[in-house]
Design a binder for this molecule. Structure first.
Ligand code: AMP
Ligand code: MG
Length: 353
């Protein structure tokens, strides 16, 4: 099933706040922005020798592209698309996909984060048909999404629920499909960060891809990384700032990145796996932590968006992460991270009501 994405359609929801671009604490700075991961990826890296830093940045972009070529379900040539061509046949999955599947379990969010909502998402046609799905189709696609199984040989397949339902066929029907888009960006950023680290000549870096950011090391001048969060109803306004020195990750999920309106209702792209309907109650949710991986941040922002705000608050408090939520009435809510983590979340403006 070929999916079409309008690259760059997604809004950028985390804004890198101004940082000195040169001579930061005596180190050279290299900043490169490129289209990737369905948005614009920007890497700012610091090191003594600009030529070395530049080649490390190239290696980081190559690492990002490797993840994309495995997991991008909008790319008909990716490994995930190949799996989705024949979802009922046991097949091996790339290591990146398996890592995501395992992390969903480890983070205890399989109720809220489903790797198998590809067909459910397609029913809405966010990029083209913009249709409110019919209840029966939605029910079938949701039921099918729950049948992903690992075989004893370590392969993966969906189970056929009803052989007699002709619509449960691959290609254009309601057969289930994998969609790891809620986690792959964070994993790609982790891989890019590892490429910068293993180059050995980058002392610090920040990598951002719209809604996800990871950092490596401490900025040469010792100041904190600062990441601004935009108002989900006004992209020009920064409503909160996350700051931390050293390594960490941040991810925002929002109802304003892919959506359409019909009958006065906003149908957005973050779906409740239990119903297949857009998750209610939240406009945007940001989670961040020092020592957090980009993958975990990405999975968690999507999963906690789906869960109710109370559960999200409890999860962040329990795991020592910083949380910033704008609810469906424009009210902001912050859960501060423990002081020892070094992460500070500051509300800087009231979101639009
Ligand atoms: P994110 O911006 O990281 O929250 O990811 C949103 C994307 O993840 C959507 O565009 C879908 O492709 C996919 N998705 C939507 N709902 C879910 C969900 N409940 N669990 C996992 N992936 C989802
Ligand atoms: Mg996510």
């Amino acid at each position: 099933m070929k999916r079409v994405r309008r690259v760059l359609a997604a809004a950028v929801c985390a804004v890198l706040l101004p940082a000195p671009l040169q001579g930061c604490g005596g180190a050279e700075t290299v900043t490169v922005s490129r289209e990737g991961l369905g948005t614009v990826v920007t890497i700012t890296a610091y090191g003594d020798d600009p030529a070395d830093v530049r080649s490390a940045v190239e290696a980081a972009f190559a690492a990002l592209e490797d993840v994309e070529s495995e997991l991008d379900s909008y790319d008909g040539a990716s490994d995930i698309s190949a799996f989705n061509e024949d979802p009922y046949r046991a097949q091996s999955l790339p290591g990146t996909a398996i890592e995501i599947l395992r992390r969903i379990e480890t983070l205890r969010v399989p109720d809220a984060f489903s790797p198998a909502l590809g067909t459910v998402t397609e029913l809405y046609g966010f990029e083209d048909s913009r249709t409110v799905p019919d209840d029966k189709d939605l029910g079938l696609a949701v039921a099918a999404s729950r049948t992903l199984t690992e075989t004893p040989a370590g392969e993966w397949r969906f189970e056929r629920l009803d052989d007699t339902d002709a619509r449960l066929t691959p290609r254009g029907g309601l057969a289930p499909s994998l969609d790891l888009g809620g986690a792959s960006k964070g994993l790609a950023l982790d891989r890019a960060r590892e490429a910068l680290r293993s180059a050995g000549n980058v002392s610090a870096a920040i990598i951002t891809a719209g809604s996800s950011t990871v950092t490596l090391g401490t900025k040469p001048d010792g100041t904190a990384w600062r990441i601004g969060i935009e108002d989900p109803r006004d992209a020009e306004t920064v409503v909160a700032v996350f700051q931390f020195a050293g390594e960490g990750a941040l991810s925002t999920s929002g109802d304003y990145q892919r959506y359409f309106e019909s009958g006065g209702i906003r149908y957005h792209h973050i779906l409740d796996p239990a119903t297949g309907r857009p998750a209610a109650g939240v406009r945007s949710l940001t989670i961040a932590g020092t020592g957090l991986s980009g993958l975990d941040a990405d999975i968690l922002s999507t999963a906690l968006f789906v869960r109710n705000t109370g559960t999200a608050v409890a999860y962040a408090a329990e795991t020592g992460l910083g949380l910033y939520v704008v609810d469906d009435e424009g009210r902001a809510l912050t859960v501060p991270a423990p002081e020892a983590s070094g992460l500070i979340v500051t509300e800087v403006a009231e979101p639009v009501r």
